[in-house]
Design a protein around this ligand. Sequence first.
Ligand code: CA
Ligand code: CA
Length: 285
Amino acid sequence: MGSVYENSVFAFSTGNSDENDSQYKGHFSNYRESKREVNTAKWTKVLLIVFAVSLVFALGGLCAVRIQYVSVSAQLSAQETNGTIMSRQLDKLTANFTTVRDHLHINELLMKELTANYSRVKEQLSISEETVRKLSRFNQSSGCAICAIHWTHSGEKCYYFSTVKMNWTQSRDHCVTKGGHLVIITSQAEQEFLTSNVKETHWIGLNDLDTEGRWLWVDNQPLSQTEEFWMKRENGVSEPDNWTKQHVDGEDCASLGHPDGETDFWTDAYCFEEKRFVCEAAAAV
Ligand SMILES: [Ca+2]
Ligand SMILES: [Ca+2]
């Protein structure tokens, strides 16, 4: 391009006017053509550069879009997974809820049944209590009572009249094994009840084994605090007489009646003698 310009200047400075003008125009035309080519190449480069830059940005944008797409896809996948897990958990919760609801329903039915049973039992218990009250009233009014078999009721006590004979100590212990003790007579009515039920002498729960003349019941209550029903004879020899003709220790145990057959009063007798005996126990009313 520089040599063309120099040739044009040289032609402009050395030729005549027409020829020079013609040459000048030719050179100028060539110059313009060359300049146009140069400009075209420049613009082509610029366009290529712009195109390349645009292409780079476009590729960058595509990459960004791709990255964004992958990220969003991953998030969607994660959310889908979470949704699946939550759906399963919801299914489990629903199943558990159904199970609990079924159990509650069963418990409700059981509760209703238990309540009904409780009402029936309560009603039956009320009937039983009323029956017991009626039976108790009947027992008290009729003289019957809840006594063990072979025991006889009177007042608030049950009495056992033995069919075997034992000494006083054995009799005392035997009554204890049967759930009672040798009889303790505390009233005229009780004395009359006993004498009307025996036909021979029986041991009762009274003795002066510890101290002669100091009579104690088997519960250690002194006789002095209760009524006495000792036999009194017209000849002045009354009971207790602590008779010693058959044994030097005398008589230390009390019996209802004596071997001769009288049973209305008490006598003292030898404790080693074998007699029938009377036990007593509280009546269950
Ligand atoms: Ca005595
Ligand atoms: Ca005597």
